[in-house]
Design a binder for this molecule. Structure first.
Ligand code: AMP
Length: 114
């Protein structure tokens, strides 16, 4: 797998505003936030995209969702957040290391599909 921006952040080679980390994942603020809260939850395991996950990754996927939910709730957005995973270039993915976008804010509009 080629190195990505996010694997460099995981290794500490590129700085990020880290809000949470444990043995399985890292969460940091998106550099170009699209909402009042915009955090990326990234597994430490190198997986390019959601479509590349296997049965084995089910516990990890659950963990990422759980961490993202806690981040949104702790930020005061228990009733106003969205979880997005862009999959593949056609799905809007630009960094090919799996990540969840945790977007928090009132009246978040639904994304347009063109
Ligand atoms: P995606 O388009 O789903 O692959 O999401 C990639 C996200 O990474 C975008 O929302 C970018 O704003 C964000 N991003 C790009 N560079 C950085 C960086 N150095 N630190 C944090 N987030 C970044």
């Amino acid at each position: 797998m080629p190195e990505t921006l996010f694997s460099k952040i995981i290794k500490g080679e590129i700085e990020a505003d880290i809000v949470y980390q444990d043995d399985q994942c890292l969460a940091f603020k998106d550099l170009y936030p699209k909402a009042p809260l915009h955090v990326l939850v990234v597994p430490k395991k190198t997986i390019a995209m959601l479509a590349d996950t296997t049965e084995q990754d089910k516990p990890l996927l659950g963990h990422l969702l759980s961490v993202g939910t806690k981040i949104a709730k702790d930020a005061g957005y228990a009733d106003a957040f969205r979880v997005v995973i862009n999959n593949g270039a056609g799905g809007g993915q630009s960094v090919f290391h799996l990540h969840l976008h945790i977007l928090g804010g009132r009246n978040v509009k639904w994304a347009a599909i063109e």
